[in-house]
Design a protein around this ligand. Structure first.
Ligand SMILES: *Cc1c(COP(=O)(O)O)cnc(C)c1O
Length: 387
């Protein structure tokens, strides 16, 4: 009988990637150690730039995005910030959509502006008109489609065309569509950013981000930026994102189908003034969405009829299956609230009304619709009592 230890000499193979943890990477010789920086941007020299677990995730994401390189970061926000920090310097002009992710705008306006970066917000539904905002010192244009919360759809190919003519870099936050519905790199965008926290992870239990690109020099710059800013992503979280990616396509399809049904039903409700969702023909961004995107995901926003705060409170407090909370893209449905002043005070505002944002999970569609009907009933009762 063979001893069990002799089996250890056989190769181990499984279907799941290995989780390799390390701060220290060890070297064969002093000469190797002395040359360790030469191993970047792909190799291993210290835990900060990742172990084979991060590299495996980066390869899988790059393939999904149709890109040559990818860098994982500890959050979506860190991916956005790292991309800007890698290339924008004092004296540069930075263009940011007024509907970009809020923390990116705050970072640009509260931090970069103090480092003498000229930060300018532009109208979110822009296209070729971005040319009016270009200056000789414009370094980068930050885009998101559709816009965070308000869902405006820019004409990405038109913006990219202008940017290329002016030698300006472009980055796009593609979290809403994911590479399953839009591939920014194929449209000439330099950097594609995803909050892997959302659809990639898919289970509301981790934070991660990624930056995909084709240009090898940009990749080297961003690897250094990621490392110098001390942004390491835990191998355990990299593993969880890889597990999420295994089911991304089926989750995306199921959640998209359910979301479209719910958005269509809500559009018929007399309590709903507007559904902000580019996959609906009534949406201002529909034509560009239809031209450029192949899917519509699980996230949309609502503007209800004019009512007091107490009616919105009644809406949220009567929800049974939607959890109240930030973030989105997981298997559990979520509802979030964006108060009126936030909308009215935004540059190039879409509305001066409160916005409700819904992320549709994998629960039964009719159950979710009933939940929303109940919440709208509660909204209407309070609204009518006041009138
Ligand atoms: C959530 C989100 C981010 C930030 O991701 P975190 O991982 O939470 O930092 C960036 N962009 C968009 C569009 C998002 O929805």
């Amino acid at each position: 009988m063979k001893s069990t230890t002799s089996n250890a000499s056989q190769p181990f193979r499984s279907l799941s990637p290995a989780v390799m943890r390390a701060s220290t990477v060890v070297f064969d010789s002093l000469a190797d150690f002395a040359r360790r920086k030469e191993r970047q941007p792909d190799g291993y020299s210290y835990g900060i730039t990742g172990t084979p677990t991060a590299r495996e995730l980066e390869h899988r994401i790059a393939e999904l995005e149709g890109g040559a390189h990818c860098i994982v970061t500890p959050s979506g926000q860190s991916a956005l910030m790292t991309t800007v920090m890698g290339f924008v310097r004092g004296g540069d002009h930075l263009l940011v959509s007024a509907a970009c992710y809020g923390a990116l705008k705050t970072f640009a306006q509260k931090w970069l502006a103090h480092f003498n970066v000229e930060v300018e917000l532009y109208p979110p539904s822009i296209g070729a008109d971005i040319e009016k905002y270009a200056k000789p010192n414009t370094r980068m244009i930050c885009m998101e489609s559709p816009g965070t919360v308000t869902m405006e759809v820019p004409d990405i190919p038109a913006v990219v065309e202008v940017a290329k003519r002016h030698g300006v870099m472009t980055m796009m936050d593609n979290t809403w569509a994911s590479p399953l519905a839009f591939k920014p790199l194929e449209h000439g965008v330099d950097f594609c950013i995803e909050a892997a926290t959302k659809f990639f992870g898919g289970h509301s239990d981790l934070l991660a981000g990624c930056i995909s690109m084709n240009n090898a020099e940009y990749y080297a710059v961003l690897r250094e930026t990621q490392s110098i800013l001390g942004q390491q992503t835990s191998p355990d979280d990299c593993f969880l994102v890889m597990r999420g990616l295994e089911t991304l396509k089926v989750r995306f399809e199921a959640q998209s189908t359910s979301t479209l049904k719910i958005a269509q039903a809500l559009e018929q409700s007399p309590d709903v003034a507007q559904v902000l969702f580019p996959a609906l023909p009534s949406d201002a961004g529909y034509a560009i969405w239809k031209r450029d995107f192949s899917g519509s995901g699980c996230l949309f926003s609502l503007i209800l009829q004019e009512a007091g705060e107490d009616a919105f409170t009644a809406f949220f407090d009567s929800l049974k299956h939607f959890a109240i909370g930030a973030s989105w893209g997981g298997v559990h449905s979520l509802a979030a609230y964006y108060p009126a002043p936030l909308q009215a005070n935004r540059p190039f505002p879409l509305t001066d009304r409160p916005i409700i944002r819904l992320s549709i999970g994998l629960e039964d569609t009719n159950l979710l619709l009933d939940d929303l009907k109940g919440a709208l009933d509660a909204f209407r009762r309070v609204r009518n009592a006041r009138a």
